[in-house]
Design a protein. Structure first.
Length: 214
C-alpha cells in the first residue's frame, strides 16, 4: 500500500514519499521507450527472420553488434544502415567517402528513424551482400522487469560468413547434403564439422546478448 504524508511549511506544501514510492517512481522514469524490429534476410528461401525488442536510445554501432549476435554472424565484414535516403556506417577511410555514407557513431535509432519512418535496411558484407529488411513496430511501454535488447523470436540459421552470397549458400547446402560430393569433407571441415540450416536457439542468443557468452 502506498503511504503519503502531507503538511505545510509557511506557504509551501510538502509531500513526503516513503522509500517504496520513490523506488517505483524511479523505475517508471527509467523504463525506456522500445520498438520491435522484424528482420528478414532477403533473397533466401525459406525465410530467415528474427524479432527483436530494442530501446529507441540504442546507438547504431550497438544495434549492429546486437544484430550480429541475433543473426549469428561473426562481425568480420563491413556493414551499413540505410534509412530512407540516408546511409550510415563506421568511417572506413576512402571507401567511406566514396559510398557517401554518414558516420553512424553517436547516432541513435530513434533519432534516425524520426516520427514517420517504419522500415530500414541493414547490409552486412559488401561482397556477399547480405541485405536485411527491418520493419519497425511501435510497442507499448517497456516492461521494467525485462532487460533490453531482447530477442523474442526467429527461425533458421543465417548463411555462414564468406559463403559467397545467396548463390554460394545454395551451393554450400547442396554440398553438405551430399556425402558423395567431392567437396563434402572439405566443406564440413571449413564450417566446423556440421551445419543445420534450420538451427536457431532463442535462449542461447539472449544469453550472449545479455552476458556476452553462450
Amino acid at each position: 500500500m502506498r503511504s503519503v504524508v502531507t503538511g505545510r511549511h509557511g506557504s509551501t506544501r510538502m509531500r513526503v514519499f516513503f522509500r517504496g514510492d520513490l523506488s517505483m517512481a524511479k523505475a517508471r522514469r527509467a523504463t525506456p521507450k522500445i520498438v520491435e524490429l522484424y528482420i528478414e534476410l532477403q533473397d533466401i528461401k525459406p525465410l530467415i527472420w528474427r524479432r527483436l525488442l530494442v530501446p529507441l536510445t540504442i546507438t547504431l554501432p550497438k544495434l549492429h553488434d546486437i544484430l550480429q549476435i541475433t543473426l549469428g554472424w561473426t562481425n568480420s565484414h563491413l556493414h551499413s544502415f540505410t534509412f530512407g535516403e540516408r546511409s550510415f556506417s563506421m568511417p572506413y577511410d576512402e571507401l567511406f567517402e566514396e559510398l557517401e555514407m554518414e558516420d553512424e557513431r553517436r547516432k541513435t535509432l530513434g533519432a534516425v528513424l524520426g516520427r514517420d519512418l517504419r522500415e530500414f535496411v541493414y547490409l552486412y558484407d559488401f561482397g556477399d551482400s547480405w541485405r536485411c529488411r527491418v520493419r519497425v513496430v511501435p510497442r507499448p511501454d517497456a516492461d521494467p522487469d525485462w532487460t533490453y535488447p531482447l530477442c523474442v523470436g526467429g527461425a533458421r540459421a543465417v548463411p555462414p560468413d564468406d559463403v559467397g552470397g545467396p548463390l554460394g549458400y545454395e551451393r554450400f547446402l547442396a554440398v553438405i547434403r551430399d556425402p558423395q560430393h567431392e567437396e563434402y569433407e572439405e566443406t564440413l571441415i571449413w564450417i566446423g564439422g556440421a551445419f543445420d540450416p534450420e538451427g536457431f536457439d532463442l535462449n542461447v542468443v539472449n544469453r550472449v546478448v545479455r552476458f556476452g557468452r553462450a
